[in-house]
Ligand binder design. Structure first.
Ligand SMILES: O=c1ccn([C@H]2C[C@H](O)[C@@H](CO)O2)c(=O)[nH]1
Ligand SMILES: [Zn+2]
Length: 302
């Protein structure tokens, strides 16, 4: 089994070894001979994977893993393999930083997250997909079987979905996906810095820009009450001051349970990204995601 690594130093040697094993098991289970198979794996930073995601999938966002199969089907791959004695499966691009963040959000190890992403990606290289429920039902058990054979268990981790699905999940309904939880946690974390001696109502916000950067904010009150600024606008002015004007989502957390964004902030944020997601909830297990445009139809424009 040949795996060509690029920027391998971003992860430990142990992990590289486990990745080799994961690839071998995945291929064997599909009846392929690992000895003649080749895969290229590149580790990149968030910025680079975002570029690739935009270029190849039209999604301008950081993601965890991208798969570039070399052939359309396993039959084609096997045909070439018989002729040349080599089967090049294709390319896998992994953002290790993103995997690390997700592992934290899911509450399991970095190793488990990274290996799962890799196994998932290999299955894409082998032609599996998860566009429909039927496809998913084919793909998932195979991935699980590989993880099991590797002895990497789910533990207590929350059920997870690879990022491609999370990103495309329509806004609305109960949010149960990792990145929304992760953003919400950042909002809760920063809430301790709120300056709210008058209302004693503290609010934290975490705003994710389209480049994946996250900008936090808190409410800052003033003895001249009208001078008060909300957490959402604080986050927004921080981001805009640093050159970010396109936003993907904002998570909001308050000391008073679930909070709705005030009208001023709706208008303020809609100036930049009216279609962004607004994530709210009393705790991370009960998050709600809606589009800003549904909270403020007919925003004021000049
Ligand atoms: O969406 C909201 C609503 C209110 N507040 C703050 C402003 C003020 O400090 C306190 C009470 O209104 O809550 C926010 O930060 N965000
Ligand atoms: Zn507000």
């Amino acid at each position: 089994m040949e795996i060509f690594f690029d920027e391998q130093e971003r992860v430990s040697e142990e992990l590289i070894e486990t990745m080799r094993k994961a690839a071998e098991i995945s291929l064997r289970k599909e009846g392929l001979d690992p000895e003649i198979c080749e895969i290229s794996v590149s580790f990149t930073d968030g910025e680079r994977i975002r570029e690739l995601n935009r270029e190849y999938r039209g999604v301008d966002r950081v993601t965890d893993v991208l798969s570039f199969p070399q052939f359309d089907s396993v039959e084609e791959l096997e045909e070439i393999g018989e002729m040349t004695g080599v089967m090049e499966l294709g390319d896998v691009v992994i953002c290790a930083d993103r995997a690390r963040e997700q592992a934290e959000a899911f509450g399991h190890s970095f190793e488990r997250e990274l290996i799962y992403l890799f196994v998932h990606s290999i299955h894409h290289l082998l032609g599996y997909d998860h566009m429909t429920e039927e496809d998913k039902a084919e793909m998932r058990p195979r991935e699980e079987a590989v993880m099991e054979e590797l002895g990497i268990t789910r533990g207590e981790a929350a059920p997870e979905e690879p990022a491609e699905e999370r990103k495309e999940a329509p806004a609305g309904g109960q949010a149960e996906h990792a990145y929304q939880k992760a953003l919400y946690r950042k909002a809760r974390e920063v809430m301790k810095n709120a300056y709210a001696p008058y209302s004693r109502f503290t609010v934290g916000a975490a705003l994710e820009a389209e480049d994946g950067s996250v900008w936090t904010g808190v409410n800052v009150e003033n003895a001249s009450f009208g001078g008060t600024i909300c957490a959402e606008r604080t986050a927004c002015v921080k981001a805009v001051s640093e050159g970010r004007t396109r936003f993907r989502s904002i998570a909001i957390c308050s000391s008073g349970g679930e909070v709705e964004m005030c009208g001023i902030c709706r208008q303020f944020l809609a100036e930049f990204s009216p279609e962004m997601e607004v994530i709210t909830g009393a705790d991370e297990e009960h998050l709600k995601t809606v589009k800003l445009s549904s909270l403020l139809p007919g925003r004021f424009r000049l």
